[in-house]
Design a protein around this ligand. Sequence first.
Ligand SMILES: [Zn+2]
Length: 408
Amino acid sequence: MWKTRKPAFEKAGWKNAIEAREWPANDPDMSLDDARYSVIRYFASSVENAQGPRVSDPRSGEIIESHIYWYHNVMNIFKHLYAIQVGHLDKRAQKPQFEEELVGKLIRYVAAHEVGHTIGVLHNFGSSIATPVEKLRDKEYIRKYGHTSSIMEYARFNYVAQEGDGIDPDHFIPRINDYDEWVIEWGYKLIFDKANEYEESRVLDSWVKKNENNPRLWYGVEQHPYDPRMNNEDLGDNQMKANEYGIKNLKKIMPLQVEWTKEEGKNYDLLNERYFWITVQLNWYFSHVVKYIGGIHETYKKSEQDGVIYEVTPKAKQKEAMDFLRRHLFETPKWLLQKDIISRIRPNFGTDAIRGLQENFLNAMLNTGTLQRLIECNTLDAANYSADEMVDDLRKIIWSEVDARKTN
Ligand SMILES: [Zn+2]
């Protein structure tokens, strides 16, 4: 399946670990209720999701069986995201219906991610941080390493890539990568010469120790409230830099959406959905950046590992985030008010989107948790960004348009 790499299970010492077969049309001896069969079930449903739940033996943790639920419209999300994130670089995405070959590649990506869940692999929302932003534009680097070190990340398509970078569109899509191979090895490689689980766990700890400084094997939880390195839908090691490219691309594709979504005999529902997903994408960009403000890194460690667990996001980085929000959020993003789109979908959609974004992130900056962290971090070390300074900066940002009018 993956031509350039050895399957992850082979690296962990297992040959032909996963075998995929088509379910026979009429075999009375086979039943989906039979625990011996783990299947990918397709549902003709408008739900936009896919899941890979699993049933484990509570005594040993062994995964006994799993069915992946594949709702038909999950591909709808991925088609919108592909068009929004890399559509300007791939002609195949510049039309309402994608060709089967591209949809097949998107299905392969989502299916591999779901199979990852069924064999026990969690989301890794820290894996994208291992790729420096500028490397996301380097075609040789991307060919070799991909844009995220785990397929279990929500790092969809390479939205940092620009025209002229020459990246092969096949490499816009995540692949089974270094982190995934590492956790398969950690979870499945047999350890033969140890007498009990305690001795085995010491061997596992020694593997972790050996790899602790490899950023490509780093793990980040889902929905971390204040570590800006752990986000879904993000790319790269600096969200301000990465999302600057992302917004540049959104501005580029926005005026093309009436054309890209036009289908004979159809109304403007697809255009409406596409516009909605553009606002969702923008919301993600701001949510990544706002986490730098009052941000604290949390690096999981056992007591035998060196260093501390919690480290404050440097003040310069927090200021960089404030400046990003000033330029792209609080200076009205008028590019969202695209006349030929708004006049075809719904009055107020554009202004609702802008108001919603500004409200969301103003609340995020002023919520108790953010202010409390800023106060504590500045009290522990006066060099850290303070709540006073942040609120003062924010006041200047919000009133800058009014102030500018006064002086002119
Ligand atoms: Zn998942």
